[in-house]
Design a protein around this ligand. Structure first.
Ligand SMILES: [Zn+2]
Ligand SMILES: [Zn+2]
Length: 290
């Protein structure tokens, strides 16, 4: 059994890289309301999978949350991540991150106030749009009586003002969030679903040095082809320089999920860099021309 685990780890490591180390910069733990994953199990799985670095990005959401009673215990969370780093001194590198739900300026200010005192130790901030004026784009109601393009376009339109409500985040998380639960046979999001919204969002990200995340949680199986090449190409054409990769794992076995495929997608779209973060400062790993 041990030999099997060892061979799996070696295989995953060698099949991943092609010269580029693999990272997962979007993982949830039991500090989020929708995960029970223990941090030690996440780190151990990442180590066995050959990941060079991970970033835990638990939810910090105000005003809109399916569990309004839940507030991130930032003190306990920070303390646990510091302890985890001591438990894994030889890696993987473990980032202290958060995922902030984007709504408006007031909501973002509440999130900022909540992490007061931890600004200097925080490594990475994901800004994500989960809700629209019609509710959570994760719920079945959001898609009722609408075609794929109608629901995706409505989400993107609503995402514009939310993305523009702050520039204090490092990447935009899961730009194709409604695809996670969409009931359509072909769930792929396309640039043509709402070019105006994509361009408006991308301009804001690029002007403020914010990157785009490729989130692999929208692919529940290994078989599905990754979409988004047209979207990433547009991001690059407008001046976008980097992406991060995130599994958005809420269970341990999804850590690192389809990271290699996401990396290949970024390369195929001509994205220049994969970014990792330390204390909110990016390190750029070249993806093209290598
Ligand atoms: Zn999210
Ligand atoms: Zn998430």
């Amino acid at each position: 059994m041990l030999i099997y685990v060892f061979l799996c780890a070696i295989f995953r490591l060698s099949s991943y890289t092609g010269g580029i180390a693999m990272y997962d910069y979007h993982i949830h733990s039991r500090f989020s309301p929708d995960s029970t994953s223990r941090l030690s199990a996440i780190a151990s799985y990442a180590l066995d999978s050959g990941l060079r670095g991970i970033c835990i990005t638990d939810h910090l959401e105000f005003d809109e949350c399916y569990r309004p009673d839940h507030v991130l215990d930032i003190d306990a969370y920070a303390k646990r991540i510091a302890a985890l780093r001591r438990e894994y001194p030889s890696g993987p590198a473990i980032g202290f991150g958060i995922e902030i739900g984007l709504k408006d300026k007031a909501s973002f200010s509440r999130a900022r106030a909540h992490i007061k005192g931890y600004e200097d130790s925080l490594d990475f901030v994901i800004g994500s749009v989960h809700y629209t004026s019609e509710g959570d784009a994760y719920s079945a109601d959001f898609f009722k009586n609408r075609t794929r393009i109608e629901s995706y376009s409505a989400y993107l339109e609503c995402a514009v003002s939310r993305c523009l409500s702050s520039s204090d985040y490092d990447v935009l998380g899961h730009f194709d969030y409604p695809a996670k639960c969409a009931p359509y046979t072909n769930r792929a999001m396309r640039y043509s679903d709402n070019p105006w919204a994509f361009d408006r969002i991308f301009k804001h990200l690029i002007d403020n040095g914010i990157g785009l995340e490729i989130n692999t949680s929208v692919y529940p199986t290994q078989k599905e082809m990754l979409w988004g090449k047209d979207i990433l190409k547009r991001f690059v054409a407008l001046g976008g320089e980097f992406v991060t990769l995130g599994s958005d794992a809420h269970i341990v076995s999804k850590v690192g999920w389809r990271s290699k495929d996401a990396l290949l997608l970024a390369q195929a779209a001509g994205v220049p860099y994969l970014a990792t973060f330390h204390k909110r400062r990016p390190t750029m790993h070249r993806l093209t021309g290598i």
